[in-house]
Design a protein around this ligand. Structure first.
Ligand code: SF4
Ligand code: SF4
Ligand code: SF4
Length: 173
């Protein structure tokens, strides 16, 4: 019997076994639960993404990899999907924001502002430390989770995680 003919609950269990580590970043407007419930792994969303940031991940389900670029929220992935994985009426495209690890060069005293320069919403601000290095911090209320700051970081210090941390979404594997 193919997996697509198994009832949804059992399919979820089977698919759950495929996961190792944190929940991956799903395309915008597509929750992890809807991906696992309804996605038929056709690859249409990945093919449609003009930024090339959507690809088949664990189990063939779509994941976003910000190392290849940023999400512009064009909605092409949602338009291309043949099944009800995406919900363009849900309001925010996703609930995630960038976070910066202490491996950041600036936090170690090396001049770098690449993440701030890449951010389209001005969500990354530098604080001048007293006698210490300036350090970048993300204003979560201004961050859209677009991932534009991930690939320019020479230290690999930026990741995108779910707001509130409920799902532990991450672009790092
Ligand atoms: S909204 Fe556009 S840029 Fe973002 S993942 Fe979908 S197709 Fe790619
Ligand atoms: S994820 Fe996007 S909006 Fe958020 S800090 Fe990075 S570049 Fe700015
Ligand atoms: S781009 Fe990376 S290393 Fe440079 S300041 Fe931002 S987080 Fe730090």
């Amino acid at each position: 019997m193919s997996e697509n003919r198994i009832d949804p609950g059992r399919r979820g269990l089977l698919r759950g076994r495929l996961r190792r580590g944190p929940v991956p970043v799903r395309p915008p407007y597509a929750s992890d639960a809807r991906v696992l419930d309804a996605c038929v792994r056709c690859g249409a969303c990945a093919d449609a993404c003009p930024e090339g940031i959507v690809a088949a991940g664990d189990g063939g389900y779509p994941e976003v990899d910000f190392r290849n670029g940023e999400c512009t929220f064009c909605g092409d992935c949602a338009e291309a999907c043949p099944v009800p994985v995406f919900d363009l009426t849900q309001g925010a495209p996703w609930f995630q924001a960038a976070t910066i690890a202490d491996t950041c060069f600036a936090r170690m005293g090396i001049v770098c502002q690449s993440c701030r320069d890449a951010c389209p919403t001005g969500a990354i601000n530098f604080t001048i430390g007293r006698g210490g290095p300036s350090r970048p911090d993300v204003d979560a209320s201004a961050c859209t989770g677009c991932g534009a700051c991930v690939s320019p970081c020479p230290a690999g210090a930026v990741t995108v995680v779910s707001a509130g941390g409920q799902e532990g979404t991450s672009n790092v594997r």
